[in-house]
Design a protein around this ligand. Structure first.
Ligand SMILES: C[S@@+](CC[C@H](N)C(=O)[O-])C[C@H]1O[C@@H](n2cnc3c(N)ncnc32)[C@H](O)[C@@H]1O
Length: 176
């Protein structure tokens, strides 16, 4: 089953065919189908701390796991060692794009310092972080004000651009 949120999100991300993408918290992995479609020569590393989520995402994306287009790791993003990630995923220059959809740590923590430090160290020099929030007609949940995200990102040295579409919010952040 598809999820129209991700159609908009991949548009906002302006994907290039050979991008290296890191997704934080893909949950059951519907987003990964949309990302993989845009990446004929690229690869996605998806990291989720939940074993159940990783299991579901693996079943949903088995074809792309086999081809190597998608890699799944069960890990807590804020505890990743960036040097180790670059080496183990063969991404010496870092990631072109980092995506997180409805991942609470970026706005419920007063200062998501650990998470944003890992992001900073894993982004390629011209890479961008996309923090996206929002729900489709079949679901709902908590969502930050754009200003809550942009303030936290600015405090950690990122410049931001905000885009919205219906209930969806995307904040693009690059190193200031
Ligand atoms: C609300 S769900 C969103 C799932 C999916 N992105 C979506 O929008 O449908 C949040 C997901 O992020 C994962 N998550 C939250 N904090 C995390 C962290 N620090 N490291 C890795 N995964 C995390 C959770 O396990 C969960 O699968």
């Amino acid at each position: 089953m598809g999820d129209a949120r991700f159609r908009w999100i991949v548009e906002v991300m302006d994907m290039r065919p050979a991008d290296l993408v890191l997704e934080i918290g893909p949950g059951s992995g519907t987003s990964l189908e949309y990302l993989a479609r845009e990446l004929p020569r690229g690869r996605v590393l998806a990291v989720d701390r939940s074993a159940t989520a990783i299991d579901r995402a693996a079943r949903r994306n088995a074809r792309h796991l086999d081809s190597g287009r998608i890699t799944l790791w069960q890990k807590d993003f804020g505890r990743l060692d960036p040097d180790r990630v670059r080496a183990d995923f063969d991404a010496p220059a870092g990631f072109d794009k980092i995506l997180a959809v409805n991942v609470n740590a970026f706005w419920t923590k007063k200062r998501p310092t650990a998470e944003l430090t890992v992001v900073r160290e894993l982004l390629a020099p011209d890479g961008a972080l996309f923090l996206c929030y929002g729900y489709d007609a079949a679901s709902s949940g908590p969502k930050p004000e754009a200003s809550e995200l942009t303030r936290r990102l600015a405090e950690s040295g990122f410049a931001t651009t905000v885009t919205t579409h219906g209930d969806l919010l995307a904040v693009r952040a690059v190193r200031a």
